[in-house]
Structure formats: structure tokens, C-alpha cells
Design a protein around this ligand. Structure first.
Ligand code: BGC
Length: 506
């Protein structure tokens, strides 16, 4: 064996030892949990955990009811306008009459507003089919006071940053106004391909004087104030963007899902089925369009919920609305887990944290504020099923922690993440039943995903995959590919803006 080989061998042995030790620890934790459950099925923490498991795990009868209610809301929403009260899927037509096919070309700037971050991206779509030639990005967090201030302050924020990026990219100012695709990730009643009306705010945005107005017009006015006009060719939702971005690459893509700060889905629908939208006399009713479902606004008494879900809702700006989103998305689920853990921590009979000898419960500092236990912390816990108590103690801001408490935190986080994944899968399957693909799967189907929760939380992606396979059966599930599209909303905005530009030229 060479020296290099022996170094590799020793590294390999060290790696294998670490791996074996890790695996042994996970097995030890599971065995320990089982023993504790056997011994202490009546321990207050186990009892409380059991109650949450019962409340948050979908039963077969809930699955059947929810599937039928989801399909009912889909049908009703395609037939007639739905009142925007944040409690029904809106099923919004997008005015897309040409689904992207990879032949879109051009130099486009895409703007994405609607999550924690504002993004602008330059994209060159090549003349060669389905090829993105170059890209350049700018990203900045949207300050809280901008999210909750005036509409003109929000649009000034967007316009000035977009123009700064364009100037830097162009290296001067070209004569032609830049072409823009505008992804505005809220419920929009689309008046045309590049005009619409904001129906409602979500995700903590409350800017004044925007609901009931056209975001494209507000953006044009802000560009004017900032001293340079751009041509906004397309206005779209982020789900429509992610679907279009992946459809540009793969024609089997029929659904686009966002699971980040908020959640939503768009899917490909037959124009003739959208009774509430008149696409015009020349449009073939068998041709396809894209529908923005706004599934975050779905609600049903059959949803698996606990008291803490209502507390999370009560603490939001949009109380009583978008309740499905509040069970699922990144802005909320860390807070649900935190509130469950806080309740357990406060329960004097549990004494989850701190010494059992003391009668005063110890409340970990991280559990006392929403910011203390964000969804990223929940993800960290779920990603590491054998997390050691020292690591968990650091996340929660306590000095030490028992194996049992560590296990309880881990199970609560897992429970909340799994409920989210199952509901996403259930709503996706309802869409696929509605379109008839489940009953008659003519070919493979791709679902495109984007959003921080999907992108940065691998265990969560696995949970969605597993739930889809469980709901549809393994052989049908195998025909569905779930694909992550990085920066899907921006790329989709560029693709749709390019399609609109080509249509104008012809
Ligand atoms: C909005 C949707 C959006 C989703 C994901 C929801 O709060 O209502 O329009 O697609 O968030 O960003």
C-alpha cells in the first residue's frame, strides 16, 4: 500500500468509525425512547405528546374529507368568482394562453417581490431551445417597515433597487427601456397578461393603498419617480413562475408549488374548464392555461389542528385568513412547534427542562419569542434525528438538557413538519385528481417546487415524496417527479416576459 493509500485508509477508518458511532447513537436514542415509552407511558410529557400526535396526524377519514373538499373548492373556483375572504381557494386565471415551450428568447430583467427577500435577476434566454445563456442576481431583505408602510414606499424600494441593478448590469444606460417580468407573489385578479389588481395581502405585508390597485401601474409610477421607465411585459404569481420556469425545460411539468414564507400552487388547466374566464372567441377551449389556486386560503374543519395553531393565527396581522398556509409554511410552523414546546415547558407536571427536583419549570429562553425558534431551527432539529442533548441545549439556549427532553423536542418538530408535508401532498393529489391525471395517467408528470422550506430542508422534501407515494400508491407515485427549481419565480418571470415580447413583435 502506498503512503497516500495508507492515509486514505486511515481517513476511511476514522470516517467509518464516526459513521458507526453516529448510527449506534441514533439506534440507542430510538431504543431509549421505546423503553421510556414502555416504562412511562403515563409520564406527563409522553401523555401530552401523545395528545398532540393524535391532533396533528391525519386519519384516513380526514384524508377522504379533505380530498373531497379541496376538489370541491377547485371546481367552485373555476366556475365563479370567489369572494376574497381568505377562507377559500381563489382559482385565479392568469391570462396565459401559451404555456412556455422552451422557445422563448430574449434579454429580460425579472423582479420577485413577496417573501422575506426582494430579488432582481437578469436572464438571457438563448435562441437555442430551453437554454439559459447567462444570469446575474441581486437580492436584499425587505425591511419590516417597508412591508408595513405605504404602497408608494414599497414600490419606490422596488424601483430604485431594480434600476440600480440594471444600471450596474448595463454599465451605463442603453436607449431602449429594459424589458421586465414582474413576479408579485400575492393574490392578483389578472386583467391582462401585464395588468392586474391586488386582492389581498399575506405573509406580513400590509402596505397601504395597494389592495384594489394594479401593481404594474404602481411600479411604473415608481420607475417614473426614480427617473427611468422600464416595460413590464408580464405580471405573475411566483407559482406561475416556478411552473413556467420548469416547463421551459421539461414539457411534462404540470404543477408549480411554492413552499417558503408562504405556500401556494399553480397548475395547467384546460381553458374550456375555466368557466369564469372568457379567453376570447379565437381561443381553442381544449388549449391550456395556468391557474393560480391560492391554496393557502383553503380551510376546513377537518384539518388536523391544535390549540397552538389558533394562537399562531391570533398573533398574525391577517388573523382568521389563509389558515391552510399557517399550518404549512415557513413563516409559521417554527412558531407552532415553539408554542407546543412552551406549553409543555410551562406545565409543572412535565418539568421538561431543568431539574425534576425543582418545582419551578425552567423555560428555555429560545421558546419565549417567535424569533427564538424560527422554522430554520425546527428544520435543524428534524434534519438530525439523533441530535445530542448538548446540541439541542444550544439551540434552545439552556445549559443542559436530558435525553428525554431532547427527544420530546425532536418529536414535536417532526410532527409539525410532517403535518405540513402531508397537507402539501394531499392538496397536490387533489389537483391531480381534479385534472383527471390520477384516473388516467397518460404519461409521466413533473411537479416543480421552489421556496426556502423546500430548498433548504432535505428531510422535509423526503416527507413530501413519501406522502405523495402513500396517497397515490407506489406505482402511480413513481410516475411523478418532484423537482426543485432554483430561483424558479424569477426565471419563470423572464420566460413569460420573453413570450409576451415575442407575441408583441409578431
Ligand atoms: C400568497 C400567494 C403566493 C404564496 C407563496 C401566499 O401568501 O397568497 O400568492 O404564491 O404566498 O409565495
Amino acid at each position: 500500500m502506498t503512503l497516500k493509500g495508507s492515509i486514505n485508509a486511515s481517513k476511511f477508518i476514522a470516517f467509518a468509525t464516526a459513521l458507526t458511532a453516529g448510527a449506534c447513537y441514533v439506534i440507542f436514542r430510538f431504543k431509549d425512547r421505546r423503553n421510556r415509552e414502555r416504562r412511562g407511558a403515563t409520564s406527563p410529557a409522553t401523555k401530552l405528546l401523545y395528545k398532540y400526535k393524535q391532533q396533528l396526524t391525519l386519519t384516513p377519514s380526514q384524508i377522504t374529507k379533505l380530498d373531497s373538499e379541496l376538489q370541491g373548492q377547485i371546481r367552485a373556483g373555476l366556475k365563479a368568482e370567489i369572494t376574497t375572504n381568505g377562507l377559500h381557494m381563489l382559482m385565479l386565471p392568469t391570462c396565459v394562453s401559451q404555456i412556455p415551450n422552451g422557445e422563448e428568447t430574449g434579454d429580460i430583467y425579472a423582479i420577485d417581490v413577496g417573501g422575506t427577500n426582494f430579488r432582481v435577476k437578469y436572464v438571457r434566454l438563448s435562441a437555442e431551445k430551453s437554454k439559459i445563456e447567462s444570469e446575474e442576481n441581486f437580492e436584499a431583505p425587505i425591511p419590516k417597515d417597508v412591508m408595513t408602510g405605504t404602497g408608494s414606499a414599497l414600490f419606490d424600494f422596488i424601483a430604485t433597487r431594480t434600476l440600480n441593478f440594471i444600471m450596474a448590469h448595463e454599465g451605463g444606460q442603453s436607449l431602449e427601456p429594459p424589458l421586465v417580468g414582474f413576479c408579485f407573489s400575492f393574490a392578483i385578479k389578472q386583467l391582462s397578461f401585464n395588468r392586474g389588481i391586488l386582492l389581498d395581502w399575506t405573509k406580513g405585508f400590509t402596505c397601504s393603498d395597494v389592495i384594489g390597485h394594479d401593481p404594474v401601474q404602481l411600479l411604473h409610477e415608481a420607475f417614473e419617480r426614480a427617473g427611468r421607465q422600464c416595460r413590464v411585459m408580464a405580471l405573475l404569481n411566483d407559482t406561475v413562475g416556478v411552473l413556467s420556469a420548469h416547463r421551459y425545460l421539461d414539457q411534462n411539468t404540470c404543477v408549480g408549488i411554492i413552499i417558503g414564507t408562504g405556500t401556494n400552487a399553480a397548475y395547467v388547466e384546460k381553458i374550456g374548464s375555466v368557466k369564469k374566464w372568457s379567453a376570447g372567441p379565437d381561443v381553442d377551449p381544449n388549449a391550456h392555461t395556468i391557474i393560480n389556486t391560492e391554496w393557502g386560503a383553503f380551510d376546513s374543519s377537518s384539518l388536523p389542528r391544535c390549540e397552538e395553531d389558533w394562537e399562531v393565527d391570533a398573533a398574525t396581522i391577517h388573523k382568521g385568513k389563509y389558515l391552510f398556509e399557517k399550518l404549512l409554511s415557513g413563516m409559521y410552523i417554527g412558531d407552532v412547534a415553539r408554542r407546543i414546546l412552551l406549553r409543555m415547558a410551562r406545565d409543572p407536571s412535565c418539568i421538561l427542562f431543568g431539574s425534576k427536583a425543582s418545582s419551578d419549570p425552567l423555560i428555555p429562553v429560545a421558546l419565549t419569542t417567535k424569533e427564538g425558534f424560527p422554522t430554520s431551527a425546527l428544520a435543524k432539529v428534524v434534519e438530525d434525528p439523533g441530535m445530542r442533548p448538548e446540541t439541542m441545549a444550544r439551540i434552545l439556549g439552556v445549559a443542559t438538557m436530558s435525553v428525554e427532553a431532547c427527544d420530546v423536542v425532536s418529536q414535536v418538530c417532526h410532527l409539525v413538519a410532517e403535518r405540513s408535508a402531508q397537507l402539501i401532498a394531499l392538496a397536490l393529489c387533489a389537483i391531480l385528481r381534479h385534472t383527471g391525471w390520477v384516473q388516467n395517467p397518460e404519461g409521466p408528470l413533473t411537479v416543480a417546487f421552489d421556496g426556502g422550506m423546500y430548498e433548504q430542508f432535505a428531510a422535509y422534501r423526503t416527507m413530501i415524496r413519501k406522502a405523495v407515494d402513500e396517497f397515490l400508491g407506489a406505482s402511480l407515485g413513481a410516475k411523478i417527479t418532484l423537482e426543485l427549481v432554483h430561483d424558479g419565480s424569477c426565471v419563470g418571470a423572464a420566460v413569460l416576459a420573453a413570450a409576451a415580447t415575442l407575441e408583441h413583435q409578431n
